[in-house]
Design a protein around this ligand. Sequence first.
Ligand SMILES: [Zn+2]
Ligand SMILES: [Zn+2]
Length: 284
Amino acid sequence: MNLKNLTPIREGSPTCKICEGVGFLLEENVKNSSSGVLVLCSCIGDSCRTCESKGRAPFMVYDDSQNRMMPCVCHNARIELDRVEFLTRKAAIPPRYKYRTLDRMDTTELSFLIAHDWADEIVKKWNELGKSAQGLYLWGGTGSGKTLLACAILNELILRYGLECKYAKINRDFLSTIRDSYQKESELHGMEQTIKKQFTDVEVLVLDDFGANKESDWANSQLYDLIDARYEEEKVTILTSNISLADWKDKAEGRIFSRLMEMTKEIHLDCPDYRLSHSVHGVE
Ligand SMILES: [Zn+2]
Ligand SMILES: [Zn+2]
């Protein structure tokens, strides 16, 4: 898949019909990979003979005429490709949603279309809105496509702007890791502040399954502190949940509710099981 409309990167040949100048592509239908992989385009790869076999930075070749190491023709394209891969890996986007973008989604369902439009707005207007961009509170039943949309926003922000993003399941990746940091035998022991700082500092954060379980007072106060810290730092947060925003009114004295009201746009994904009708893509 050509990434020309999804990234400003232009390290390929400007006349290349395959990548249209980007320098790399998203190769889909890859064995053992639901997401596909990024590959160097042939307009670059074909002229790279020397450093190709190693495929590792710094992508330099020895130039006889100048008697020194010079960047290979593939250098810049590979650096950019590596950066997109690195940011995607760092964001911990689940494999099935990796590299999924907003441009090829079925938006026939009205509530999904509305959510999709808001997602599109965040992505396309990031440079204008930046810190003032409103986050999203996407809620709906299993298979409504909320996680897919949330991850697609991250994928596009990485491709378009090279932003640092993070995907986290609220229980598994946040609450449980903080609990682990209290355990002497855990490798996370004593790391509570470091974990919290990672969650606060990242530019765009997806919190998946927010409020999926009946939370304890301790958990709710952790959630509030996280939301509040991101509010103070003016960071964009995208939440998915199976409960409405109003359901937070009677939790944590309504503090989570009022913060989220300020920080996010609430959208109810009222779709029939999106996953069933889109089972090839495995949507959740
Ligand atoms: Zn090309
Ligand atoms: Zn090369």
